[in-house]
Design a binder for this molecule. Sequence first.
Ligand SMILES: Nc1ncnc2c1ncn2[C@@H]1O[C@H](COP(=O)(O)OP(=O)(O)OP(=O)(O)O)[C@@H](O)[C@H]1O
Length: 228
Amino acid sequence: MAEADGAALLRLDGVSRVYDDGFPVHALRPTTLDIARGAYVTITGPSGSGKSTLLNLLGLLDTPTAGSYRVDGVELCGAAEVLRNAVRGQMFGFVFQAFHLLPGRTALENVEIGMLYGPHGRRARRALATEAMERIGLTHRLHADPRTLSGGERQRVAIARAIAARPRVLFCDEPTGNLDSANTANVLELLRELSRAGLTVVVVTHEPEVAAAGEQRLRVVDGVVGPA
Ligand SMILES: Nc1ncnc2c1ncn2[C@@H]1O[C@H](COP(=O)(O)OP(=O)(O)OP(=O)(O)O)[C@@H](O)[C@H]1O
């Protein structure tokens, strides 16, 4: 995909989201926001303020009601689903609060499964998954069942699954929500390392220490996005 010189990697322009279940809920007010390549963005705000809505729109998991959203200069609002799927699949990785690892499969297999519908063959998937497990520092647990891993280790495997296919952006929704403080610190350090290595990282969080790690800190209140 073409690099738009000097432009933001992710650019929202007047993007809003209104849910309509009989009456309108303005989950995200018209938002204009640039996220540069390699940025480390954290998003905080009260419960129900629109954080997940913003993350889902940025991650192409949801479609805006209005506005323009460009990824690497390519307009994706109103774009064909096949293009949105391709951009999401090739450029984005996702990590959620619940780790969503399959029990009865090894950690390595769980990382490979994330690439099952991508362009990589079996061997390439294994190589990429092994490399991702190295990056998260769990080569000694490649063949462990996730049930035998600590919460922090499980989340690192989920991060390995999200980064294995070498996405450009990693979106995390409450990635430390299920972790104690030691494991939170561990996951934070990993996100920082990935960011330093050039990955664009966008994290929604309730936790002040996780929010503080961001270089571009945003706060959402009543669907309005501003600086934290
Ligand atoms: N599918 C939906 N249908 C209708 N309303 C929705 C839907 N999803 C979210 N909302 C509403 O949109 C608003 C923003 O929700 P959102 O999940 O983005 O908030 P949040 O800041 O992520 O909250 P939390 O911190 O509790 O996860 C809330 O009022 C919520 O009830």
